[in-house]
Design a protein around this ligand. Structure first.
Ligand code: URA
Length: 244
C-alpha cells in the first residue's frame, strides 16, 4: 500500500477500532489526529505508511493484511459464513470483524490441522494455483493395511475417476488393521486424500494437515486455537509467492 492513499475511516477501521460506522463517530468526535492535527473529515485521504495517525492519543499500527494460523478443529467448516454450521471465521469470535478474512484452501469438516486465514487475496491465489504446486503434508490414519504397493501407486499418480492425480508421496509410519502415514501432495482437489486412499481400497479415518509450503502447523496450538503468523512466517510465504 506504500504511496497509496485511502480514506481515513477505512484505515482506522482496518486497524481494529470498529466498523466503518463506529469509526466515523470517533473521527467526528475529534479523537483522531493525522500528523499531530485533529481531522474530523472521515474521508480525508491518508497514507498510513507515511502519515502519523493517532486514535485516542495512541499511535495507529497499520497492517495492510492479516495472516492467521489456525489449528482447525473437527466439526467446523472452512467457509466464511454459514447459516447452520460453525465456520473457521466464527472461531475468531469477531476479533477481526473489520477485515474480510477467508481461509486459504479448504479442509473437510472432519479434518484438523493447519489452516491459513488471511485477507491477502494475492498471496492466497499464489498458494492455491495449481501452477505453483505448493507442497502440502498430511498425517492420516487409515482403516486397512497400507503397504509398498500403495506407496508405488501414490508415486505413480492415482487415477481418480476422470483425473490422474499428480505423483504424491506416501510414507508409512505404522501398518496394520489401522495404519498411519504421512502424505505429501502438490495439488488440492476436492477430498483428494480420502479419494486417493479409497482408490486403494482403504478408508481415511483421521486427517490432519501439518504443513503448506514452508508454513508448518504450530503444534502448541490446540484444535480450535489460532495466532497471527510471525514476520518470519509471513516472509517465508511471500518468498514462495514471488518465485516464478
Ligand atoms: N484431502 C482430503 O481428503 N480432505 C482434506 O480436508 C484435505 C485433503
Amino acid at each position: 500500500m506504500a504511496g497509496r492513499t485511502e480514506r481515513l475511516d477505512k484505515i482506522v477501521s482496518m486497524s481494529g477500532y470498529g466498523s466503518r460506522k463506529d469509526v466515523k463517530k470517533i473521527i467526528k468526535r475529534g479523537e483522531v489526529t493525522v500528523n499531530g492535527r485533529i481531522v474530523t473529515d472521515t474521508g480525508a485521504p491518508v497514507d498510513p505508511t507515511v502519515d502519523l495517525i493517532c486514535v485516542f492519543g495512541e499511535q495507529l499500527v497499520f497492517k495492510e493484511f492479516v495472516y492467521i494460523m489456525m489449528n482447525k478443529p473437527k466439526g467446523v467448516i472452512s467457509s466464511t459464513r454459514d447459516l447452520r454450521e460453525t465456520t473457521v471465521i466464527d472461531l475468531l469470535e469477531g476479533e477481526y470483524s473489520h477485515r474480510k478474512l477467508f481461509p486459504v484452501g479448504r479442509l473437510d469438516k472432519d479434518a484438523e490441522g493447519l489452516l491459513l486465514i488471511t485477507d491477502d487475496g494475492q498471496l492466497a491465489h499464489r498458494l492455491l494455483t495449481p501452477r505453483k504446486k505448493v507442497e502440502k503434508v498430511y498425517y492420516i490414519e487409515v482403516k486397512g493395511c497400507l503397504g509398498e504397493e500403495d506407496v508405488k501407486a501414490f508415486r505413480e499418480g492415482i487415477f481418480l475417476g476422470n483425473y490422474r492425480a499428480l505423483p504424491a508421496k506416501l510414507e508409512i509410519l505404522d501398518s496394520g488393521e489401522v495404519s498411519s502415514a504421512l502424505v505429501t501432495v502438490y495439488e488440492g482437489k476436492f477430498h483428494q486424500i480420502k479419494r486417493m486412499v479409497k482408490a486403494r481400497g482403504k478408508e481415511v479415518i483421521y486427517l490432519k494437515r501439518l504443513s503448506m509450503g514452508p508454513l508448518k502447523l504450530d503444534e502448541s496450538l490446540n484444535p480450535g486455537e489460532w495466532r497471527e503468523l510471525t514476520d518470519e512466517e509471513v516472509n517465508m510465504l511471500k518468498s514462495i509467492e514471488s518465485d516464478s
